[in-house]
Design a protein around this ligand. Structure first.
Ligand SMILES: Cc1cc2nc3c(=O)[nH]c(=O)nc-3n(C[C@H](O)[C@H](O)[C@H](O)COP(=O)(O)OP(=O)(O)OC[C@H]3O[C@@H](n4cnc5c(N)ncnc54)[C@H](O)[C@@H]3O)c2cc1C
Length: 465
């Protein structure tokens, strides 16, 4: 990357934000609040990206809820502050939920430390070591060193080979597929931290929250706030190319004349961004395209009856899905036309067979897997089933992942990258997305205020947490 001085971007010329997911919308909010004229260009027909809602056919009309499941934790401080800002925090409904565990034969509760210590399929010694692993994970504050340790080595050291093979490995495979051996130990640390956040915060019970109406409500409030700040939010506007001009950038998109701006913030995955932005250095392009993402294929089911008391059921047996997420163990079924909403996610990379299989085949396969866990479920219980696919959800947490984080400030003047790949030592969730967006916005404003700083210097800033 060169260390040339950047030409001064013109703040008055406005900023284009590519991508209207939560990251792009929060970047747009913070830049608009700082006085910038912002245009958001979203490819989809509605804003929200992975957090967007969709419709499921109920017998008496469509039921609207998130395409992918979302919960909020009490410890999601930045997200809750954002919800407060758009007038929604007071509406969040908090519920104590339970967690299930299916070992391939039995479904049991794994909701408390005592229940975890009674998990089937593990000897008392293996369970004790599992408990020691969770405690070790909770105690580590700085996971930097864990990023250089393969997840298997760290887990086998703490849990032993049996608990690793019976408990951890199936869970890793479920979330990371065939990429699990590449994962670093900080990934499991981040997962343990998120699972135990409520207890560490001194909360007596593990409560999960949701905004009535789901993310459709959040997105409506956010869009309303953006429009009142004068932000131009455009859907159906897939960006095809970002080019620089002598006075700024030109953003070409599918829905009309290119948008000219002083600067552009691309909020897609780095790989997609690399395909859009002209003039990246070869090193930058190589680094951006090398960041591999894990995807998900997820069925939403509307059922006439509940399946279990568990919001989340971990599955470690042979099963076509990664987990069972029973949304209505948290959300009042009255919000969903009286139905029970269940998600069946299967995490996979975009080149795996599950991404090319047809919807009917997948529904059949996923329901077959669900019936092994809940044999009493009949076809008549299933009102509707719909498949969602997202090829890029979170970056594979490879060894030394934070050293590969692309900076917000790129080598192309006026072009910034704000992406989920900049989330450091975290699991993907909206709280981390809000943090990444706000950090990126602050960095962009700082770069505008001090345009004489070298690209290399700003690059270092870009990777600081
Ligand atoms: C299965 C699943 C479960 C989840 N569970 C939770 C949970 O329980 N709690 C939680 O907090 N979070 C959860 N999340 C994570 C949450 O959804 C994400 O953190 C968040 O939505 C990511 O936002 P983003 O803007 O970074 O990415 P995205 O939502 O992917 O947004 C990127 C946007 O860019 C657009 N785009 C791409 N290319 C272009 C282009 N060329 N031109 C214009 N626009 C373009 C896309 O259409 C998209 O709208 C979950 C996600 C998934 C998939």
């Amino acid at each position: 990357m060169s260390s040339t001085r950047r030409p001064e971007p013109d703040p008055a010329a406005g900023v284009a934000v590519v991508g209207g997911g939560m990251l792009g919308l929060v970047v747009a909010l913070r830049l608009a609040q700082a006085g910038r004229a912002v245009t958001v260009l979203e490819a989809g027909s509605r804003i929200g990206g992975l957090a967007a809602p969709w419709e499921l056919d109920g017998a008496h009309g469509p039921v609207t809820w998130d395409r992918f499941y979302h919960v909020t934790l009490a410890s999601d401080g930045e997200l809750r502050a954002l919800l407060a800002e758009v007038g929604l925090e007071g509406l969040v409904r908090w519920r104590t939920t339970r967690t299930g565990y299916w070992d391939g034969h039995r479904l049991v509760s794994a909701s408390t430390p005592a229940e975890l210590m009674r998990l089937p399929g593990l000897s008392p010694w293996a369970r004790a070591r599992l408990g020691a692993t969770l405690l070790a994970g909770m105690r580590i504050r700085d996971p930097a060193a864990l990023e250089r340790i393969p997840v298997r080595r760290w887990l086998e050291r703490w849990s032993g080979p049996t608990a690793f093979a019976r408990f951890w490995r199936p869970l890793l495979e479920a979330k990371l597929g065939s990429s699990w051996p590449d994962a670093n130990a900080a990934f499991i640390w981040a997962t343990i931290r998120r699972l135990t956040a409520a207890r560490r915060a001194g909360l007596r019970r593990e409560e999960l929250g949701y905004v009535p109406g789901g993310y459709a409500t959040v997105l409506r409030a956010l869009e309303d706030r953006l429009r009142r700040l004068g932000v131009d939010v455009r859907t159906g506007s897939a960006v095809t190319r970002v080019a620089t001009t002598p006075d700024g950038v030109r953003v070409h998109h599918a829905a009309g004349a290119p948008v000219g701006a002083g600067a552009v913030v691309v909020t897609t995955t780095p790989g997609r961004a690399a395909a859009l932005v002209d003039g990246l250095s070869p090193d930058e392009r190589r680094a951006w395209t090398a960041i591999r993402y894990q995807g998900v294929v997820c069925a939403s089911l509307l059922l006439r009856r509940p399946l279990s008391p568990y919001y989340l059921t971990y599955l470690v047996g042979e099963t076509p899905v990664t987990a069972v997420v029973e949304m209505t163990a948290l959300v009042d079924p009255a919000e969903l036309g009286g139905y029970h909403l269940v998600y069946l996610p299967r995490y996979a990379s975009a080149d795996e067979e599950v991404f090319t299989a047809g919807d009917a085949e997948l529904i059949d396969r996923f329901l077959g897997g669900l019936r092994r866990i809940h044999p009493a479920l009949t076809p008549a219980d299933v009102v509707t089933a719909r498949i969602a696919r997202a090829a890029e959800v979170f970056p594979i947490p490879v060894l030394g992942a934070s050293e590969r984080i692309p900076p917000v400030v790129t080598s192309v003047p006026g072009v910034y990258l704000a992406t989920s790949a900049q989330i450091r030592h975290g699991t993907l969730n909206v709280n981390e997305t809000v943090i990444a967006a706000q950090r990126a916005a602050a960095e962009i404003l700082a770069a505008e205020r001090d345009p004489g700083r070298s690209v290399a210097g700003l690059g270092r800033l870009g990777s600081r947490r």
